[in-house]
Design a protein around this ligand. Sequence first.
Ligand SMILES: O=P(O)(O)OC[C@H]1O[C@H](OP(=O)(O)OP(=O)(O)O)[C@H](O)[C@@H]1O
Ligand SMILES: Nc1nc2[nH]cnc2c(=O)[nH]1
Length: 185
Amino acid sequence: MHPVPNEITQVYAQADELYSAADVSAAIDRMAEAINSTMGDRNPVVYSVMNGALVLTGHLVTRLTFPLEISYLHATRYRNETHGSSLDWRAFPMQDVKDRSVLIVDDIYDEGGTLAAIVDHCHAAGAEEVRVAVLINKIHDRKVRPDMAIDYIGLECVDRYVFGFGMDYKGYWRNAPGIYAVKGM
Ligand SMILES: O=P(O)(O)OC[C@H]1O[C@H](OP(=O)(O)OP(=O)(O)O)[C@H](O)[C@@H]1O
Ligand SMILES: Nc1nc2[nH]cnc2c(=O)[nH]1
């Protein structure tokens, strides 16, 4: 058996809970309500940004009440580390988005380099419109494209490294049910 590093156990035990599972669920309800009322007639392709958006996407789409298609793309800037670098595309969007409405779903809008590249890619591929939904908007003044439209935001968080509900700490705790900030980060 591969042992779990001590650090991984400790980080969850010592983390600050920013939002409980109930808080997250209520936030996803609000996001879904907003998406249902603004995208119900769009027949969109919903793109889940792997890996972080895996958990959110599953919860969100079951609350959406209109026809849609689901696909995924994989782009990572953090590579299971706690600091971002250049964007590594591991799976390009495969669904044809020409003249389609696209909804990008991601777990967190931090500096925004990831979402900016994905939005640009969808526009270049001919999408008619590209909307973005994130569970968490991290509040700071380091956004790479401060005027980028984020259409649906679940919750806002302080400028700390967070994990849970899809977001990892060194590859772990994406399965944690709320949103937690790493002690000291
Ligand atoms: O706004 P940014 O500063 O660009 O950061 C946000 C991105 O970082 C995380 O992905 P990560 O690169 O950690 O890959 P992951 O989804 O596999 O966790 C998260 O899922 C977002 O996609
Ligand atoms: N897990 C995690 N991934 C991120 N990607 C960008 N910011 C964060 C963060 O605070 N936590």
